[in-house]
Design a protein around this ligand. Structure first.
Ligand code: FE2
Ligand code: FE2
Length: 345
């Protein structure tokens, strides 16, 4: 079979999906409930895609070799892949995708003799039945169709992977969450208690959310990112809480070209109620970048600007936030109370 870049991508995509189907079937029957296996949310398991690619190469190299050679080669290939994937998922994402600890002859729960034998059998099934069918399929599909399929699967996988990685990056233990909340509240409370900030709860900002909901959400998420990147948390919290400090319903009233002007209005209002550091001023002033043309000067400003865009986009895409946010109530009641069980992040 001709091996080119399209062929590599196509077989990887297709077998990632077929492998996912096989795993869903096996695990769902075993656990008597529908199970979506793997680290990613979508219908693919890249381990199977990678395994199929290596096997395609191995099958062509081992053509005409004695069966024992094939058994050994398939055993090494599949077991190495399985160990590598299990190890990497544990090491990078602290995720246990499968656990063979209860099986005899297992190594660290990642591999075991029984399943290695299953993989060898599956490799022979792949060589004898699946690969010939796959080759027929590839020959019947035009290159544009294959590229379309590859593009769809890879785009989905990439988005999926970024989301999973970010979630992992931002994940907090309950203890860490408690500490971060305390830190956040210490800085945020004096501002949130000011009537000029508390009154933002009277203004609708995005679908179903008040301006106070919005700035609190942006402050929390930006603060979390800031902590992960060792940035100035105080500047982030204060800048983010004040970044939309204006008092009009921007959809119905206020100055023309609100998007180009409200950061300056917010900055002017913020200066009236508190002393701002240079970093905090920049956060407020540049949060609408690129509309501000001049880019943010610090990483803290970049984070708040990006998180603001993310939260705003999410608000408009979300169908869940039509109800009044419970968070506003919690914030109004006092953000430091145990009532604020759930962060927005
Ligand atoms: Fe804004
Ligand atoms: Fe905003």
């Amino acid at each position: 079979m001709k091996t080119d870049i399209l062929n590599i991508f196509f077989s990887f995509s297709l077998f990632s999906i077929l492998g996912w189907m096989l795993e869903v079937f096996y695990r769902s029957v075993r656990d008597k409930r529908l199970v979506n296996p793997g680290l990613l949310a979508g219908p693919y398991l890249p381990l199977y895609g990678a395994g199929a690619l290596v096997l395609i190469v191995a099958v062509s190299w081992l053509q005409g070799s004695p069966v024992i050679m094939k058994v050994l080669a398939y055993l090494v290939i599949t077991t190495t892949l399985e160990f590598g994937s299990g190890f990497m998922a544990k090491y990078f994402f602290n995720a246990t995708l499968w656990d063979y600890s209860d099986q005899s002859f297992n190594y660290k729960g990642h591999i075991c003799l029984k399943f290695s034998i299953y993989w060898v059998l599956l490799a022979f099934v792949f060589e004898s039945f699946i690969l010939p069918l796959y080759q027929q399929l590839v020959m019947s599909l035009s290159a544009p169709i294959q590229w379309f399929f590859v593009g769809m699967v890879f785009s989905l996988m990439l988005i999926d992977f970024i989301v999973v990685s970010m979630r992992h990056f931002l994940h907090m233990t309950p203890e860490e969450k408690k500490q971060l909340k305390a830190q956040f509240n210490k800085t945020a409370k004096p501002l949130l208690e000011l009537p000029e900030v508390a009154s933002l709860a009277q203004y609708k900002h995005h679908r179903g959310k008040t301006r106070l909901d919005h700035v609190t959400e942006v402050a929390q998420l930006s603060f979390l990112w800031g902590q992960r990147l060792s940035l100035n948390g105080e500047a982030i919290i204060r800048g983010a809480l004040l970044h939309d400090l204006f008092y009009y319903d921007w959809l119905r009233e206020g100055p023309r070209f609100h998007g180009f002007r409200h950061h300056n209005i917010a900055l002017k209002n913020a200066r009236k109620i508190t002393r701002l550091s240079k970093k905090e001023e920049d956060i407020i002033k540049k949060h609408m970048w690129p509309l501000t043309v001049v880019p943010p000067r610090s990483m803290e400003s970049w984070i708040v600007s990006l998180v603001d865009t993310f939260c705003s986009t999410r608000d408009y895409l979300s169908i869940e936030n039509n109800a009044k946010s419970a968070k506003t109530d919690a914030v109004q009641a006092g953000i430091e109370t145990e009532d604020t069980k759930k962060w927005t992040i």
